[in-house]
Design a protein around this ligand. Structure first.
Ligand code: ADP
Ligand code: ZN
Length: 769
């Protein structure tokens, strides 16, 4: 391609090329196809639907790191070698780089840039002067199967008849052990403390060493894998759902089922039994969950019911582990795959049922690259395969609910908790009537905490902002510490005494004086989880308090440890962000406090109400999962807000009745399709011009003015130094809308106005912020 060698995906073949001059393929890198016909079709659909290149979706569908990459490789030329020996001018850095290359023979540019910041520029300059040769080459994939040397019995050798001296007891024992392990044993294990005896056997050719592929799988602990949970007798509503799915499966029919049931109503049991039926028919299952680290309970229940048939794909897997799991799945060795969003592309060869748990969860939407929605891809996958798909939620997305209302999905309700355990009572505290100093922990919340702890029970405190304080303000000049690259204020993180941008991770030391006026009266305003934790410790000095947010639980192991502490009873009060609201189930948690509901209620986004309802319902639902009844206390300045009333009454119908007329009136999802265009550039003027031009092209392509919002500066105007403009286009028919946008996009890219401006299209945007 233009003199370079690049890797691509081969997706088909034509008898006759569509253009006159074509180039030869240099090399085919894979011995067998990466994706089967079904996954090719699915990725192609996703590319067309999400208005992004097919290759990008294919890359998303494959485990990261397996695609070979092209990069430039540098070598010293003979002129370069001569220059080093003194015949020509070299800068000091260049001399070092040439010396390195001479020792190594050659090196890929990325490896050089890791050593010298300016390596790329230096290498190009040296290449121009003929001292270095730069070639684009295909590098082998970073990730390969892991093999380890194993000892195996040489062919034809038997432990009983092998020609050993009768006194060589140890050698014979080794042969016996190997006879019992046809797949071989690692050296240490085979030797069993007698490396000399093993060495003799190898030298005599009775034992051979062979490279054997092993699977890297952190969930492969044998003791955790034996099935240990048995199916329950289903309630009538559960049985109805399982039967529907069973029929669709036997009739090989596409059937989306929306399973709407409050937390604890038995949805997971439905998934488990529907999957068991599918397995009984020789089919396989794919289960999507929002975030593996935060839903250990769900994962454990799948492992407990199905043991080693389950492959878990989670973000904590290292590259090699993920690759191994993917290959195990592709070979048909895992009958059930449980994973987050990207697992929707898992290459199960006999897929017969899909499950999307917590189908409303925003984490199913990918926010960069191909902006696909895991749930919607799962639905399309079920449709292409003609199999059933179950969408489960206590708070369905309005999209899914609308489709159930109009009959496109089958709706099954599980109206009650199992054993008729009551839902938690929800008390709302009006913060307008609370003294200033008590607004973090109001007297009613403190009383509830005291009562809960007094009974030896546990509590969760929810606050959706991490850090210590969210705004540093100078009281002398009024300046606020903001991110130099984004239009947001910096959050103060206590422990390390630093200010941090939660949008781009920019960080700096917290100043002693105002950088604007040198004033010394700095004030920290707005509280986050760190400050809440401190306040809770002060108020309850002898109580065991822990915190769970992106800072305290920086990886999945840390998150799992905190949840284990809660389950094991070593934490009395857990403070945290929405991380504490997902699918765990601790019977001794009887109180949930929502420290501030107002942020969630007032986001500048048409989904704000729906999101707040789902989030608060989920958090509130963590209380009283066991024998004892639960209580939730919500603190707010808007006690009359319709969302809070709906949460209080646990009334999804109230949410639907309040939200749907507004959405219908404004032509917003679920009553129309929407595509958000985000234009961005470091130049404020350029991006504005391009946005105006794009709007004009959209109108020319047939989208009416009333079906567009914007162009306007995005609510989050600056991110990482780029100025951003938004334009939302809506239409009744997704297909027509996409074609029109595609057309306008093609013309915009040709126009001079768009030079240097990036345009990201977000189909079915999850949020407008
Ligand atoms: P959800 O997924 O809706 O939160 P679960 O399936 O986890 O609900 O069920 C909640 C609890 O009730 C679990 O402990 C589960 O084992 C139990 N359970 C589910 N279905 C039944 C049933 N039909 N009979 C008895 N117990 C059940
Ligand atoms: Zn920033």
């Amino acid at each position: 391609m233009g003199g370079r060698r690049v890797t691509g995906y081969l997706v088909g073949h034509r008898e006759r090329p569509p253009v006159s001059s074509i180039k030869d393929l240099h090399e085919i890198l894979d011995a067998e196809p990466l994706l089967d016909a079904h996954l090719l079709e699915l990725t192609r659909w996703a590319a067309e639907y999400y208005l992004c290149p097919w290759g990008e979706v294919i890359r998303t569908a494959l485990p990261p790191g397996i695609d070979s990459l092209t990069c430039q490789v540098a070598r010293v030329t003979s002129a370069g070698a001569a220059a080093m020996d003194g015949e020509g001018f070299l800068r000091p850095g260049e001399r070092e780089l040439l010396a390195f290359l001479r020792v190594r023979g050659e090196a890929p540019l990325p490896a050089l840039t890791r050593r010298w910041r300016r390596a790329r520029a230096m290498a190009h300059s040296l290449a121009r002067r003929g001292l270095v040769d730069l070639q684009a080459e295909v590098r082998p994939p970073r990730i390969r199967p892991l093999t380890i040397p194993q000892c195996i019995l040489a062919p034809g050798v038997s432990p009983e008849t092998a020609p050993l001296s009768p006194r060589a007891m140890k050698q014979r024992a080794i042969l016996r052990a190997l006879a019992g392990a046809p797949a071989g044993l690692p050296k240490g294990e085979a030797a069993a403390g007698n490396p000399t005896a093993l060495a003799v056997l190898i030298r005599r050719g009775l034992v051979q060493m062979r490279e054997v592929e092993v699977t890297r799988d952190p969930f492969a602990h044998p003791q955790g894998l034996a099935p240990s949970e048995s199916p329950r007798e289903l309630t009538a509503a559960q049985a109805e759902a399982v039967a529907l799915v069973q029929t669709a499966l036997s009739e090989r029919r596409f059937l989306p089922v929306l399973l709407h049931g409050v937390t604890g109503s038995g949805k997971t049991e439905v998934y488990l039994q529907a999957i068991e039926n599918a397995l009984g028919q020789g089919r396989q299952a794919l289960v999507l969950v929002p975030e593996i680290a935060l839903t250990p309970l769900t994962v454990r229940r799948f492992l407990a019911r199905f043991g080693g048939k389950v492959a878990v794909l989670h973000s904590g897997l290292r590259g090699g582990e993920r690759y191994d799991a993917w290959r195990r799945i592709r070979r048909g060795e895992a009958d059930i795959v449980v994973g987050a969003r990207s697992a929707v592309f898992a290459p199960l060869p006999r897929l017969g049922i899909l499950v999307v748990d917590e189908e409303h969860d925003p984490s199913y939407k990918q926010e960069e690259g191909p902006r696909y929605h895991g749930r919607d891809v799962a639905i399309m996958r079920a449709k292409l395969l003609q199999v059933p798909v179950i969408l489960g939620s206590a708070t369905p997305s309005l999209e899914s609910f609308e489709r159930a209302q109009t009959g496109r999905y089958r709706l099954v309700r599980l109206p009650q908790r199992i054993e008729e355990r009551p839902l938690p009572r929800v008390d709302v505290v009006d913060l307008r009537r609370v003294e200033g100093g008590d607004r973090l922990l109001s007297p009613p919340l403190v009383a509830a905490l005291e009562a809960c702890l007094g009974r030896g029970e546990q509590a969760l405190l929810f606050l959706n902002r991490r850090g210590f304080s969210t705004l540093l303000l100078c009281e002398e000049c009024g300046a606020a510490a903001g991110c130099p690259r984004c239009s947001v204020s910096l959050t103060y993180h206590a422990g390390r005494g630093r200010l941090r941008c939660h949008t781009c991770d920019f960080e700096r030391r917290a100043p002693d004086r105002c950088p604007e006026c040198q004033g010394s009266r700095l004030r920290y305003l707005g509280f986050g989880t760190q400050q809440l934790e401190v306040a809770v410790r002060e108020r309850f000095p002898r109580v065991r308090v822990a915190r769970m947010d992106r800072d305290a639980a920086h990886n999945w192991q840390a998150a799992a440890r905190i949840l284990e502490g809660l389950e094991g009873g070593s934490i009395d009060i857990l403070v945290g962000t929405q991380m504490i609201g997902k699918g765990h189930n601790v019977p001794n948690v009887t109180l949930v406090g929502v420290v501030s509901a107002d942020m969630a209620l007032h986001l500048p986004d048409f989904r704000a109400g729906e999101r707040a309802f789902a989030l608060l319902t989920q958090v509130v639902g963590r209380a009283g999962r066991g024998e004892r009844p639960g209580l939730a206390v919500i603190q707010t300045y808007n006690p009359e807000h319709y969302i809070l009333r709906a949460v209080q009454a646990q009334d999804y119908a109230a949410l639907w009745e309040a939200e749907s007329p507004l959405r219908r009136e404004h032509g917003l999802p679920p009553f129309a399709r929407a595509v958000l265009a985000v234009l961005s550039s470091p130049e404020a003027g350029a991006v504005e011009q391009a946005a105006v031009e794009f709007a004009r092209l959209l109108r020319e392509a047939g989208i009416r003015r009333e079906a567009m919002s914007g162009p306007a500066p995005a609510p989050l105007y600056r991110v990482r130094g780029r100025h951003r403009w938004h334009l939302l286009a809506r239409g009744r028919d997704g297909g027509t809308l996409h074609v029109r946008i595609h057309e306008a996009m093609r013309r915009l890219q040709k126009s001079a106005v768009a030079r240097g401006v990036r345009v990201d299209l977000d189909v079915d945007p999850g949020s407008l912020c």
